[in-house]
Write a protein that binds this ligand. Structure first.
Ligand SMILES: [Fe+2]
Ligand SMILES: [Fe+2]
Length: 187
């Protein structure tokens, strides 16, 4: 069965986009506090960040991993206690932090002095910053190479099909170039 595009290469490109976004958030927060633009601008930036985590990281990319790649990879390496289990736990943790940010941002919008809400948002944002970068590194360096090594071409096509169906359904909301499988063979 021919592979029309390489789902792992696409996931890795999305990771690079996420790392750039994390960098932007860090810069944004430093700039906003440096300029003394105040709490309202920071709260708006956090609200956008929560949306990005929910839609792009979890709802789009995470769904392709959890519905496409992971279930097929566990046929070879199992789930419990293995690297896929760890990745799923981390997805859950990222989701929890996203919920904390999303729940507390409206409190900031009504009361910019809400100390508890600020603390919760900044602790969760720092945690996401560290966790997401580390999670991406593990997938790029360990899990994805493992998938390339153990998945048969037919299984890789299965992953591609599921991922493409999700992209079609969600309208490829995270705009990355989708490399053709043929582009990647020379790498
Ligand atoms: Fe992941
Ligand atoms: Fe990922």
């Amino acid at each position: 069965m021919a592979i029309s595009y390489d789902p792992i290469a696409v996931l890795m490109e999305e990771h690079q986009g996420f790392l750039r976004r994390l960098e932007e958030v860090r810069t944004d927060l430093q700039r906003l506090s440096g300029e003394g633009r105040g709490a309202r601008a920071v709260a708006a930036s956090m609200s956008t960040f929560a949306d990005f985590l929910a839609k792009d990281v979890d709802g789009f990319h995470g769904r392709k991993e959890e519905e496409g790649l992971f279930p097929i990879l566990v046929r070879h390496i199992g789930s419990e206690g293995g690297p896929v289990g760890v990745m799923l736990e981390e997805h859950g943790l990222l989701r929890r932090h996203q919920k904390t940010i999303a729940r507390n941002v409206p409190k900031l919008e009504t009361d910019l002095e809400a100390v508890e809400a600020w603390t919760a948002v900044s602790v969760a944002t720092d945690a996401v910053d560290r966790l997401l970068a580390d999670h991406i590194e593990k997938e790029d360096r360990v899990l994805f190479p493992m998938a390339r090594a153990v998945l048969t071409p037919a299984e890789m096509s299965e992953v591609a099909e599921i991922c493409e169906a999700i992209e079609v359904q969600l309208g490829a909301s995270f705009g990355v170039r989708r490399p053709a499988y043929g582009d990647l063979r020379g790498r």
